[in-house]
Design a protein around this ligand. Structure first.
Ligand code: SAM
Length: 274
């Protein structure tokens, strides 16, 4: 059984807790939403699941009920006794740690594992990027994030939300927004709508051939530093006219128009010093 709104309020009251805004604590108080998340994550009894920020354990409980191996990483020590209570009788493991620092490999072994989380809003992008960049054992992610953040993660070229983060995500994974979630399902209620984002890691990073990821990402960051300026100006010093020609990308184009493959072509032709 996952927690309904009265259940969440009762748990907070019984443990003398109030949600911490600094830790992005907006608890899901709707069993339907929890069920949807588990369904979209396609968790089965064979899955190893990492959850970031179990909070009061609503999602953790539903994940554990599938028979999956669940390891939940929570930063707030005040929530640990609540989680111990709520998860008693399940096989879920709670680890008191900062998900921005913990070594997930030591928690899941060789993998594969899937990440399922209602992410703390203030650090949702760094958490997703850390998982994608550092833990290839985590092969899929189903995360709930603010709508604006979710749209940025999976935005295609030329769209309003497209930016350096979108290109980096595309490098590692295929991403899509799979559902919208209204603000009314959370306690406390945030000001904005949320979305569920699914990221399926590519077996081999999409544009890996012939370019170090760190260089590709440096070039992408530099290009988006002034997204509406021409690349021949934003990437001056890295590429001259001949290099743009070799890459097959006109220097008059702008970062917001380019897809991952075109950034990779530019990174391959760039002159890197140091
Ligand atoms: N999973 C719960 C739910 O859906 O109701 C809570 C989600 S709440 C949006 C985010 C949770 O992440 C909170 O429990 C918060 O304490 C935790 N958190 C915040 N920053 C964290 C971090 N760096 N590492 C691990 N947990 C974190």
């Amino acid at each position: 059984m996952t927690h309904s709104r009265p259940g969440i309020l009762e748990l907070l009251d019984r443990h003398g807790l109030s949600p911490s805004r600094a830790l992005g604590q907006n608890f899901v108080a709707d069993p339907n939403t929890v069920r949807r998340i588990v369904r979209f994550a396609e968790v089965t009894s064979d899955t190893t699941v990492i959850e970031i920020g179990p909070g009061l354990g609503s999602l953790t409980l539903a994940l554990a009920e599938t028979g999956a191996t669940v390891v939940a990483v929570e930063i707030d020590r005040h929530l640990i006794p609540v989680l111990t209570d709520v998860l008693a009788g399940t096989a879920a493991t709670v680890v008191h740690a900062d998900a921005l620092e913990v070594d997930f490999r030591s928690l899941i072994g060789a993998g594969p594992a899937t990440l399922v989380a209602n992410l703390p809003y203030n650090v949702s992008v760094p958490l997703v990027m850390r998982i994608l960049e550092e833990f290839p054992e985590i092969t899929s992610l189903l995360v709930m994030v603010q709508r604006e953040v979710g749209e940025r993660l999976v935005a295609p070229p030329r769209s309003e939300a497209y930016g350096a983060v979108s290109v980096k995500v595309a490098y590692f994974a295929h991403g899509s927004v799979v559902a919208r979630v209204p603000a009314s399902v959370f306690v406390p209620r945030p000001n904005v709508e949320s979305v569920l984002v699914r990221l399926i890691r590519h077996e081999v990073p999409a544009a890996a051939q012939g370019v170090a990821p760190s260089r590709l990402f440096d070039l992408i960051k530099q290009a988006f530093g002034q997204r509406r300026k021409m690349l021949r100006s934003t990437l001056k010093g890295l590429l001259d006219d001949a290099a743009f020609d070799r890459a097959g990308v006109a220097g008059t184009r702008r970062a917001e128009e380019l897809g991952l493959d075109e950034f990779a072509a530019l990174a391959r032709e760039a002159t890197w010093t140091g």
